[in-house]
Design a protein around this ligand. Structure first.
Ligand code: ASP
Length: 307
C-alpha cells in the first residue's frame, strides 16, 4: 500500500466567501500530515498532525474557533484510532484543554482507558503535561456570532407553531468539525476527528466524533479508516464510520463505500453528512450529502482539494 492522507473541514454549507480559506486550511493540514508520512512516520502521527493543524486554524469548529454550547462555553470532543491493534483514545465534553486531539492521542498512548470525559480528562491532561488554557481561551468572535444567530433562530422557532420535524437540516448549519484518515508505508491505518460539536448544544452533550465506529474508525484487517462529520445524533445511530469500513472490508473502493454509507444514513435517519475514507489499496474517498465539505488529500506529493 502506498501512503496517503485525506482531511475534511466539516460538512455543512459554508458561505462562498469562506470557501477558499477553508480549502487552504485543509491543504495545509493534509500537507502537514503528508510530511509525517514522507519522513516514515505512522498513519496515527500523520492523522493527529493534520487534525492539530486544523484545530489551530480558527476557521474550523475544533480547538481554537470551536463552536459554543447554549451557555456560551467550549466543550471539546475528539478521538484517534489505529487500525493495527484497535488502539484508541477519545475525549468528550472537555473544558480548558487547548487540543482535544492531543489529549485523545495521549489517552491512546497511555493505553489504560479508551475514553475520558469532563474533569477527569482535564486532570489526565495536566498529569501528561498537555497545554491547559482558561475556559474561554478558544472562543473566537465568529463562534460568538454563530451562537447569537442560533439563539435568534431558536427564539423565532419557539414563537412559531410546533415544528414538524426535530431533525435539523444538515445544510442550514455551518459546521466545521475536522478529521483526517491516513495509511502509512507499513500498511497501518488511522483515523482522527476533533470538534466543538454543534452550536447551541447542551453543556455535557457528546456527539458522534469520539464514539468509536460512529465519527471515527480504523481497521487494518478491513483495510480502511474513516472520519465523519454532520449531525452527530444521527451519525451515531448508524455507526457511520464502522458501516463505511465494513463496506471496504467487503471489497468496495473508498469512493463507493463513502457513498454507500451516506445512503444508509439517509435511508435510516434522513440526515445528510460527510465522510472521508481510505481503502485497502490506499485509495482515498470523500463524499457529502450536505452542500459543502472542504477536503484535501495528498498521495505521492500530489495535493488535491475541493469543497
Ligand atoms: N459531528 C459533529 C457533532 O455532532 C458535528 C459536525 O460534524 O459538524 O458533534
Amino acid at each position: 500500500v502506498q501512503s496517503a492522507i485525506v482531511v475534511h473541514g466539516g460538512a455543512g454549507a459554508i458561505e462562498p466567501a469562506r470557501e477558499e480559506a477553508c480549502r487552504a486550511g485543509c491543504r495545509a493540514a493534509a500537507a502537514s500530515g503528508w510530511q509525517v508520512l514522507k519522513a516514515g512516520g505512522t498513519a496515527r502521527a500523520a492523522a493527529v498532525a493534520a487534525v492539530r493543524t486544523l484545530e489551530e486554524n480558527p476557521e474550523f469548529n475544533a480547538g481554537l474557533g470551536a463552536c459554543l454550547t447554549r451557555t456560551g462555553s467550549v466543550e471539546l470532543d475528539a478521538a484517534v484510532m489505529c487500525g493495527q491493534r484497535f488502539s484508541l483514545g477519545a475525549v468528550g465534553a472537555v473544558v480548558g484543554v487547548e487540543s482535544g486531539i492531543l489529549l485523545a492521542d495521549a489517552i491512546l498512548e497511555d493505553g489504560e482507558h479508551i475514553f475520558l470525559c469532563g474533569e477527569g480528562a482535564v486532570a489526565f491532561a495536566r498529569e501528561k503535561g498537555l497545554t491547559l488554557c482558561p475556559p474561554d481561551a478558544l472562543i473566537t468572535p465568529r463562534a460568538r456570532n454563530r451562537l447569537r444567530k442560533w439563539m435568534e433562530k431558536r427564539e423565532a422557532r419557539m414563537s412559531e407553531p410546533p415544528p414538524e420535524s426535530v431533525t435539523p437540516d444538515g445544510d442550514s448549519l455551518d459546521r466545521g468539525t475536522v478529521g483526517a484518515v491516513a495509511v502509512d508505508a507499513q500498511g497501518h491505518y488511522a483515523a482522527a476527528t476533533s470538534t466543538g460539536g454543534m452550536v447551541g448544544k447542551r453543556p455535557g452533550r457528546v456527539g458522534d466524533t469520539p464514539l468509536i465506529g460512529c465519527g471515527t474508525y480504523a481497521d487494518d484487517r478491513a483495510g480502511g479508516a474513516a472520519s465523519a462529520t454532520g449531525h452527530g445524533e444521527q451519525i451515531a445511530r448508524v455507526l457511520l464510520c464502522r458501516t463505511a469500513v465494513d463496506y471496504i472490508a467487503g471489497g468496495m473502493t473508498a469512493a463507493a463505500a463513502a457513498r454507500a454509507s451516506l445512503d444508509v444514513l439517509r435511508n435510516r435517519t434522513s440526515a445528510s453528512a460527510g465522510i472521508i475514507l481510505v481503502d485497502r489499496e490506499g485509495r482515498l474517498g470523500h463524499h457529502r450529502t450536505t452542500k459543502t465539505m472542504p477536503w484535501a488529500s495528498v498521495v505521492d506529493d500530489k495535493v488535491e482539494d475541493g469543497v
